[in-house]
Design a protein around this ligand. Sequence first.
Ligand code: ADP
Ligand code: MG
Length: 249
Amino acid sequence: MGILEVKDVGKRFGGLQALGDVNLSVKENSVHAIIGPNGAGKSTLLNCLVGKLIPDTGSVMFDGQSVLGRSPHEINQMGISRVFQTPEIFGDLSVMENMMIPCFASRDGAFRMHAVKNMMTEKDIVEKAEAMLVDMNMADKRHMHADSMSRGDKRRLEIGMCLAQEPRLLLLDEPTAGMARADTNNTIDLLKQISDERDITIAIIEHDMHVVFSLAQRITVLAQGTPLVEDDPENIKGHPKVREAYLGE
Ligand code: ADP
Ligand code: MG
């Protein structure tokens, strides 16, 4: 049993069957990539995992508990954290101020009130945020305006803000989209480091094959809302069905 078990999930938008009978099993502490052509249903699937969309059919279990019927906030508290396609940081705030925001929260609680209840003082929060910035290799950027950073550094900050919530499952939707090659490589290294050093499972939607094959231990290929194959990277590379559906050969 994986930490995330998706069974027969279907989702329709009016006349369009965006997802049909999707099955997916993500092993704890692994990096699992979900790939597939544009419009395959990857983001829709991710939205079904975090409570942003409710599937029409099927089940989604995280660590043995159903996520269906729970709000995005409740699912977040269960230990699932998501990095959005466009960085969701506060551009007017400094890097440090951004990092302090998730440090007010904890997985089993809400915001500041809970931190206070847990006797988490302002000093604890500042210390936690500083430690996260060190972990993210961003300590030297703490006073910078978040908006003034490169796309890669914004993404790095955002990933750090997700990790500050101490999730057990980190979901990323095309984290390197629109990045220059150097930023993409930095993001690969960061995700590798996170996966190696933390007790965390990573599920990543990605179209850049270099990123996928650098990181993933397991790959699911989606095409037209259904999983085409799920296998190890070496078997995915040469798979005729994948070449046909994904590479258009
Ligand atoms: P991917 O992320 O793999 O590119 P999406 O999950 O975004 O694909 O989209 C799958 C299909 O569902 C596409 O045809 C898309 O146009 C459609 N779709 C996605 N979201 C909506 C929505 N909210 N309403 C209607 N159609 C949608
Ligand atoms: Mg998408």
